[in-house]
Design a protein. Structure first.
Ligand SMILES: *[C@@H]1O[C@H](CO)[C@@H](O)[C@H](O)[C@H]1NC(C)=O
Ligand SMILES: *[C@@H]1O[C@H](CO)[C@@H](O)[C@H](O)[C@H]1NC(C)=O
Ligand SMILES: *[C@@H]1O[C@H](CO)[C@@H](O)[C@H](O)[C@H]1NC(C)=O
Ligand SMILES: *[C@@H]1O[C@H](CO)[C@@H](O)[C@H](O)[C@H]1NC(C)=O
Ligand SMILES: *[C@@H]1O[C@H](CO)[C@@H](O)[C@H](O)[C@H]1NC(C)=O
Ligand SMILES: *[C@@H]1O[C@H](CO)[C@@H](O)[C@H](O)[C@H]1NC(C)=O
Ligand SMILES: *[C@@H]1O[C@H](CO)[C@@H](O)[C@H](O)[C@H]1NC(C)=O
Ligand SMILES: *[C@@H]1O[C@H](CO)[C@@H](O)[C@H](O)[C@H]1NC(C)=O
Ligand SMILES: *[C@@H]1O[C@H](CO)[C@@H](O)[C@H](O)[C@H]1NC(C)=O
Ligand SMILES: *[C@@H]1O[C@H](CO)[C@@H](O)[C@H](O)[C@H]1NC(C)=O
Length: 852
């Protein structure tokens, strides 16, 4: 294995086909000798044929496809559902010598006929999960000169083939969910050679709607139910809502869903929900804590009897699970197995591995009974190794080989463990359950961390299932699309073109010129960097230092640059593009800026008040003003497009006291100084910059980029300190504090778990000159399934998004070389501080020094 040294996870601008994000482009807006017309000059639309024996979901998506062509050109092509008669002719009257033919191999007799007649080579896709091929063929059927055919290897292959084209035509997957307008063209063509795609990198790619109260629930209640909701639960998440959601998922090429579950029961709320998902082509599941396709706690609350406890109530629970399995049997489903406590809690203390093994064995028996005649190992099943369940696994509990093991992150985007080499050849494979966030706006862009973690998941074969907790969905449009896009084709994305995802996205969503779409990538990259340091809802008045390194001032200045840039682009957009840009860029930028500014102003107010400075009052006013602006931004969002998104920003976000959301936003505390009464030290004082007091009072942080070993290394190679890859930095010391020659090397690292297993804790080494390298094992070991104490808390690893290590060396004044050695993979070094004494308290640590 070769490590291409240590790659900087930075930003490189990269663009591909105009409206394609990581897709093979096959669309043109002008005809040429190598194109096929979808809508030709003179507004002539080529008709679309589907076969009456194809999947209803394909026929439904074909009507979206026809509408998408209309969205782009204003002309809607005829869509015909044809029947192939026994002599292979079709009853199809057309004046057109050209048609578009869409269909599924092995399902559409029309496609089989075209393949037979033309000899179209489909060997590359036949039998391949969700693959498709599209191209022009001559004489496809009797009486037709030429056709552009979109052939799917299976139901979703055909559906994704159509939506792939729609996206390249310029129809955003978010056209309804973020009001992204479609750019108009008078003509629309495809290349004769067409597009194709093999099986996706990850088999099941999905989202989990979670903690969907207040925002998503209140919004959906108003938008879809006029306030009534489902009969038994009052849930607004019925078929009208899911119709919209399923379409969005398929347009992004997702195929899997864990539905909203805290006050809803997908399979009970609306009898149309389950068949609708199946018709669309969405594989339904239930969350990590809801076995056998029944919602917990809601369905258990409605229909359960006795305790949710398999030691005392196994008969009832067994039948409860039979019910869920029978109900799901007709539909494409991916069953969660195992068991957790009611309300997503660990099972009681008395639970042991033997009981959990009995539970899984009973669940397998249920599959055998319900799917009598079917090989149980062919029924897709997943066991989520969430928190304590991972502990049972590490303690030796095993499930049958065909069950997918779902590894999880720490709910903050750091994956706790990847499959080890010995775990990679299970027939059920492995997957990842990932979180964008637990609670609310303003948006915390995550796509860079997501890329870093999910590229490891690919390298280590956790590629059977990717499911991401998207909370209320709406603030995470970009991150969700990135997660799914990467799962669709991970091979497209490298650290060098990652930023191109955002600029291509900006181009597609807002039809921006190159310079502006790259600037949007810059806005989002910078905002990501800011929110990655500390989630906005965890900010407080003293997070950033007012006294050291001008830290707060610099952070605010960076945010102002981001805000000015976003406002400039927003102001320049035509009115029909403003709503989308506001939702996707401008609101998150402004909301973050206002919130951070408010906290920092409150901190300055507190500081100046403690210095008895009257100017404290100006900052108190400013905090009040910003507090109002925060609400005004929320109101602006809710009033967009006549209130289409009313309630979507209902999430409270100011003044978090513990993990649960606050019940109301309250203003950060401000202190007022009595202006009329003279302060004790007299009217004139000097407040030295860089000091906490007007009378006269260490080092931690997150900044430019990081380094990590690349390629990700599926074979988990490791090294003893001083033998593996390294990076070096030259530095020069004059003298050290106290002239003892002591320098402390403080290294700032991402909170990477011991994801290579407990016997391979993450590690790296630090060396100065030829002194002995010092190895750091920086993530403490913890009991299986638990988190180390230092991970938690307001100043824990994840809240700070950082871990620091300290290595002391004694060096004489002069020139030195600092080396950082790789020991174990997956480590991310963000920053190194060479402390010769005198490093002062700040959130991010001292700023980077200039390179000489
Ligand atoms: C196509 O024909 C089939 C069979 O007659 C029918 O069930 C289906 O609803 C039709 N689909 C559309 C989109 O018209
Ligand atoms: C095929 O059968 C249809 C009716 O089933 C008939 O109208 C048509 O003429 C036949 N075509 C040929 C070429 O025999
Ligand atoms: C296509 O050809 C195969 C094999 O030659 C044959 O079995 C099948 O019936 C044909 N299908 C159609 C629709 O003509
Ligand atoms: C809600 O009620 C209004 C007024 O009666 C009606 O126009 C609208 O269609 C209803 N919406 C839904 C989703 O039922
Ligand atoms: C499952 O249980 C519900 C509620 O008790 C009942 O309405 C439904 O008919 C049952 N379904 C099956 C398939 O047993
Ligand atoms: C499957 O069905 C057969 C025939 O109906 C029956 O004898 C057998 O017991 C069933 N197996 C299970 C596991 O229910
Ligand atoms: C899976 O891999 C492990 C470790 O490499 C090996 O011991 C085991 O035999 C493999 N199992 C199969 C089914 O290949
Ligand atoms: C503010 O947050 C910092 C970490 O950013 C923490 O150290 C400090 O205790 C917090 N202050 C208050 C008043 O909660
Ligand atoms: C993003 O940050 C970089 C580095 O600080 C800066 O040069 C650039 O102007 C910023 N761009 C925006 C849009 O904020
Ligand atoms: C490298 O990994 C092996 C297990 O594969 C372990 O025994 C060894 O201690 C590790 N080496 C270092 C330097 O951590």
């Amino acid at each position: 294995m070769r490590f291409d040294v240590l790659v900087v996870l930075g930003f490189v601008v990269w663009t591909r086909g105009v409206l394609a994000i990581g897709q093979a482009p096959c669309v043109a807006f002008k005809s040429s000798s190598t194109t096929f017309p979808i809508v030709d000059v003179g507004k002539k639309a080529t008709p679309i044929l589907v076969s009456q024996d194809d999947w209803p979901g394909v026929q439904r998506a074909a009507s979206d496809f026809a509408e998408d062509i209309q969205r782009v050109t204003g002309v809607k092509p005829a869509l015909t559902n044809v029947t192939l008669s026994s002599n292979s002719s079709i009853a199809f009257e057309s004046t057109s010598s050209r048609v578009i033919i869409v269909g599924t191999l092995g399902k559409s007799s029309l496609i089989e006929e075209v393949v037979n007649r033309t000899g179209l080579d489909v060997s590359g896709v036949r039998g391949q999960w969700e693959a498709f091929v599209a191209r022009e063929v001559k004489n496809p059927i009797e009486g037709v000169g030429s056709a552009y055919v979109i052939v799917g290897a299976d139901k979703r292959g055909t559906i994704f083939g159509m939506y792939d084209h729609s996206e390249q035509f310029g129809v955003s997957p978010w056209y309804w969910w973020a009001d992204v307008p479609t750019t108009q063209h008078t003509e629309l063509h495809v290349t004769s050679s067409g597009c194709s795609h093999g099986s996706p990198s990850v088999k099941y790619r999905g989202i989990f709607l979670n903690d969907e109260q207040p925002a998503l629930t209140n919004w959906a209640m108003k938008e879809f139910t006029n306030g009534t909701g489902a009969a038994l639960t009052g849930s607004p998440f019925m078929s009208a809502f899911y119709t919209r959601l399923f379409e969005l998922l398929l347009r992004m090429k997702a195929n899997y869903l864990w539905p909203a579950q805290w006050s809803s029961a997908f399979n009970v709320d609306d009898s149309l929900n389950q068949p609708l998902a199946d018709l669309y082509g969405i594989v339904m599941g239930t969350s990590h804590e809801e076995p056998m396709m029944r919602s917990i706690p809601v369905e258990w609350g409605l229909f359960g009897n006795g305790a949710w406890d398999y030691t005392t109530n196994s008969d009832f629970i067994y039948n409860f699970w039979i019910n869920g399995t029978e109900r799901a049997k007709p539909y494409e489903s991916l069953y969660t197995i195992g068991m957790r406590g009611n309300g997503d809690l660990p099972l009681s203390e008395s639970i042991n591995v033997a009981l959990l093994e009995k539970i899984v064995s009973d669940q397998r028996q249920i599959f055998g009974q319900v799917f009598n005649g079917t090989d149980v190992t062919t029924i897709p099943q997943v066991w989520a190794l969430y928190q304590e369940v991972q502990g049972y696994y590490e303690d030796g509990m095993r499930v049958p080989d065909d069950v997918t093991l779902l590894w999880t992150d720490d709910t903050w985007g750091n994956i706790r463990r990847f499959p080890l080499i010995s775990e990679r050849n299970r027939t059920g494979g492995a997957g990842v359950y990932y979180h964008f966030d637990l609670v609310g706006p303003p948006r915390d862009y995550k796509w860079i961390t997501t890329y870093e973690q999910m590229s490891l998941a690919i390298a280590r074969k956790a590629d059977r299932i990717w499911i991401v907790n998207v909370g209320d969905l709406k603030p995470y449009e970009l991150d969700t699309e990135f997660f799914i896009t990467m799962g669709w084709d991970a091979s497209v994305w490298t650290p060098y073109n990652l930023d191109g995802f955002v600029s291509s996205w900006a181009k597609r969503e807002f039809d921006l010129p190159d310079g502006d779409s790259e600037e949007v990538a810059g806005i989002i990259a910078n905002l990501t960097r800011f929110t990655a340091r500390r989630k906005p809802e965890l900010l407080n008045s003293t997070t950033y230092s007012f006294t050291n390194y001008r830290e707060a001032d610099n952070a605010l200045a960076e945010l102002k640059t981001i805000s000015d840039s976003s406002t400039r682009i927003y102001d320049g957009l035509s009115s029909e593009k403003k709503a989308a840009f506001f939702q996707l860029v401008q609101h998150p930028v402004q909301a973050t800026y206002v919130l951070a500014n408010m906290w920092m102003s409150s901190g300055i107010n507190n500081l100046r008040a403690s210095q008895a400075r009257i100017s404290a009052n100006t900052f108190a006013d400013q905090v009040e003003d910003l507090f109002e602006q925060d609400f005004a931004l929320e109101t602006q969002y809710h009033q967009l497009l006549n209130g289409k998104w009313d309630h979507m920003m209902d999430q409270t976000h100011v003044m978090y006291y513990y993990w649960q959301q606050p019940m109301a936003n309250t203003m950060p505390p401000v202190v007022r100084v009595q202006a009329k009464k003279q302060a004790l030290p007299g009217p004139m004082r000097i407040s030295p910059e860089g000091s906490l007091a007007a009378w006269q009072l260490p080092g931690i942080g997150r900044t430019l980029s990081g380094i990590t070993p690349w390629p990700r290394g599926g074979d988990e190679q490791n090294f003893t300190a001083g033998t593996g890859p390294s990076v070096e930095y030259d530095f020069f010391t004059f003298n050290t504090v106290g002239n003892k020659g002591t320098v402390n090397i403080v290294t700032y690292l991402s909170p990477t778990w011991n994801a290579n297993g407990q016997d391979r804790p993450v590690a790296f080494a630090v060396q100065i000159d030829s002194q002995a390298p010092q190895t750091n094992h920086f993530f403490p070991l913890s009991a299986p399934g638990s988190s180390p104490a230092a991970w938690n808390g307001y100043d824990g690893f994840v809240a700070n998004s950082i871990i620091t290590t300290n290595n002391a060396f004694t060096v004489p004044p002069g020139a030195h070389t600092l080396k950082i050695w790789m020991v174990e993979p997956t480590v991310i070094v963000q920053k190194i501080v060479i402390n010769t004494g005198g490093v002062r308290a700040s959130y991010l640590g001292p700023p980077e020094s200039l390179r000489m």
